[in-house]
Design a protein around this ligand. Structure first.
Ligand code: ATP
Ligand code: MG
Length: 427
């Protein structure tokens, strides 16, 4: 017999863990609601062209995609990120025509990347992300960072910092690409294979290299700052001013260029400074993008967003000692004593319909064993369906904290529970 297991780079989340996840997801949903972001759900797979745009130089697009075709149909890809699908949907449904702009959307779901699995890096993982599309303002860039930051803070993570940079407008980037081409011209052959490709496709991405950091040409690379147009410089200053005013601490990282090709102006990464976070320290990351709405056939519109890795968030929460465990709540346990047929199930169903978290005893067991179940869940009330009482349409109710037991008519059960749970009355 073969023992089948989860595929490499994937994991099962068991109930003990999903309880924690749900708590984090609730917190995320609440804060999105407060900030006026609404959820969008797009397919897990898309036409490959949604992700693979012309001449994209990112690793994600070039090496990490799960791409397949079934029965000779068009090529499909499991989504490696959320933004492209959201923007595709934004255009398909003409959300750009809404009376109120910008569109404020968030998503929460699985992403797939063919990567070398390690702690905090999986082949199927979950991202929460937001997209603010249709308006360009430094205030919105700051607002988006503020939302992500407030989630991390509300969760109780303290050891995080915002790294921020600007890529400037098209003109700034074009100027900087020229500067980089010139700078690396003499030594491009000494760089890694990826860098040689980046040099041709998008020299900006050279700064993103994790292999050649120590190369002298990397060490004294000219700063993008000097290629910025006056407008781009002002835009960035306003973003920073807004962060100052919101008291969000940040560090300017002139080497930060981010992995995707469509970014312009602001790019940021929020990283953990906790010693245990290691090299998988980025909690969420994003930036402003231009050209993406147009790529999908929409009008010229700018957007800004970020994606947050939920597995990493959970790992960091653990490392920082944030308590996410919540014991399973049980209000009522229905016991069975003697031949009572389906009565325990009936009573449990009534209690559940009234909103009480209820379990009932299924197989014949001693009263002592049943009380052990009551204790294990710290249940507040035990309802005892006994054979003799059942014959008279009655049932026993035991209030565990008070150590008090009463006998009542079955039809009064919910009223009795209501009085106890609302006002503490044991009668
Ligand atoms: P990295 O440099 O760590 O590969 P990235 O630049 O590829 O990150 P993004 O595409 O910006 O990451 O994704 C946003 C966030 O999603 C990351 O900051 C991280 O928290 C999370 N993430 C990315 N890839 C994975 C993965 N394979 N497993 C788990 N989380 C991931
Ligand atoms: Mg990556």
């Amino acid at each position: 017999m073969v023992m089948l297991q989860t595929p490499r780079g994937t994991q099962d989340l068991l109930p003990e863990t999903t309880r924690k996840w749900q708590k984090v997801e609730d917190l995320i949903r609440n804060l999105c609601d407060v900030y006026g972001y609404e959820q969008i759900r797009t397919p897990v797979f898309e036409d490959t062209r949604v992700f693979k745009r012309e001449n994209d130089s990112s690793d994600m697009v070039n090496k990490e995609m799960y791409t397949f075709s079934v029965h000779g149909e068009d090529s499909l890809t499991l989504r490696p990120e959320g933004t492209a699908g959201v923007v595709r949907s934004f255009v398909q449904h003409k959300l750009y025509g809404a009376a109120e702009m910008p569109a404020k959307l968030y998503y929460l779901g699985e992403m797939f990347r063919y990567e070398r699995p390690q702690k905090g890096r999986y082949r199927q993982f979950n991202q929460f992300g937001i997209e603010n599309i249709g308006m360009k303002s430094p205030l919105i860039d700051a607002e988006v960072i503020a939302l992500g930051y407030s989630i991390v803070k509300a969760l109780g993570l303290n050891q995080v910092k915002v790294l921020i940079n600007t890529l400037g407008d098209d003109q700034s980037r074009a100027a900087y690409r020229g500067v980089l081409k010139e700078h690396f011209q003499g030594c491009v052959q000494e760089l890694c294979e990826d860098c040689r490709r980046r040099y041709e496709q998008n020299p900006l991405r050279l700064l993103d290299c994790k292999v050649d950091q120590e190369h002298p040409a990397m060490q004294n690379v000219p700063s993008l700052k000097d290629s910025l147009t006056e407008d781009s410089r002002q835009y960035f200053d306003q973003v920073l001013q807004a962060l100052d005013d919101l008291q969000i601490p940040y560090e300017i990282d002139p080497r930060l260029v981010r992995g995707l090709d469509y970014y312009t102006h602001t790019v940021f990464e929020v990283v953990s400074t906790h010693p245990q976070s290691g090299s998988q320290a980025t909690v969420f990351a994003g930036g402003r993008y231009d050209g993406l709405v147009e790529y999908f056939g929409g009008p010229q519109m700018s957007g800004v967003g970020f994606a947050m890795g939920l597995e990493r968030l959970m790992i960091l929460a653990e490392a920082e000692g944030v308590k996410l465990e919540e014991p399973r709540r049980l209000d009522v346990y229905v016991m069975a004593l003697g031949e009572v047929g389906t009565l325990p199930l009936q009573l449990a169903t009534e209690c559940r319909a009234a909103g009480y978290h209820t379990e009932f005893n299924v197989l014949p067991r001693s009263l002592k064993a049943q009380f052990k179940s009551v204790d294990r869940h710290q249940t507040r009330v035990a309802v005892i369906a006994g054979e003799a009482e059942a014959a008279e349409g009655k049932v026993n109710v035991k209030f565990i904290d008070q150590q008090k037991q009463i006998t009542i008519a079955q039809q009064d059960l919910i009223a009795v529970l209501d009085r106890y749970f609302e006002r503490g009355e044991c009668e």
